[in-house]
Write a protein that binds this ligand. Structure first.
Ligand code: ZN
Length: 217
């Protein structure tokens, strides 16, 4: 079981475009490979084997890793490097799709109808990421998954997921002196109030066409 996530994780450190090519590359390497030497994988599993083993694992099982990394970096004083505007940590919040298909679907899929009339199923999430101008590295924080109950509208979905994230993790990070960065779709009173309640600063895009009242003066 340990070999499966380690092998999957190691793919992100290669320049190989596909998982399968990477697998074949490892196999062709006479049993010795980066997977074994760097990631301490004992037996390199096949990609089907990895999918079969990891499909059943709930994402929340790996969530504690995000916090552990954050703690290690904080204790080592590394988070200081990420402080920028007004000595705060900038946390960019945005939605992203990590699966999409017109053929494969599951009960947790969100869906939209394409112009062709076809139904496109997808999974998306809100990903808070610590960013800093001039820093090539970014630090991802625990994501919040969009669920079908959040609705069909992209704005509603992302807002519902962002609210869940703030309610669940906000108080834990309120001492970090954070400034949340976000798109126009987060820029409305309920979310701003929630951000303030969690003692977060925020810089949100405020477009004239969606904020007619503010721009009418
Ligand atoms: Zn699905």
């Amino acid at each position: 079981m340990e070999d499966a996530p380690l092998s999957a994780f190691s793919v992100f450190f290669t320049q190989t475009a596909s998982f399968l090519t990477y697998q074949r590359l490892m196999e062709g390497n006479k049993g010795q490979s980066n997977a074994q030497s760097l990631f301490e994988v004992h037996q390199i599993p096949s990609d089907n084997h990895i999918r079969h083993l990891l499909d059943a694992v709930q994402p929340k099982c790996v969530f504690p890793v995000f916090d552990e990394i954050l703690q290690v970096l904080e204790q080592a004083g590394e988070l200081t490097r990420f402080r920028s505007f007004a000595e705060t940590l900038l946390m960019a919040m945005d939605g992203t799709e990590y699966f999409g298909s017109s053929q494969i679907r599951c009960p947790q899929c969100s869906s939209r109808t394409l112009k062709s009339g076809e139904t496109h199923c997808f999974h998306s999430m809100v990903t808070p990421v610590l960013v800093c101008p001039g820093q090539a590295q970014v630090l991802p924080w625990v994501p919040e998954f969009v669920v079908p109950q959040d609705g069909h509208d992209k704005q509603d979905c992302e807002n519902a997921a962002a609210k869940r994230w703030l309610l669940q993790y906000g108080c834990r990070y309120s001492g970090f002196n954070l400034t949340v960065l976000g798109d126009d779709l987060y820029c409305h009173q309920p979310l701003c109030q929630l951000l303030l309640a969690q003692q977060f600063n925020f810089i949100l895009v405020c477009r004239p066409d969606s904020h007619k009242q503010q721009f009418s003066f």
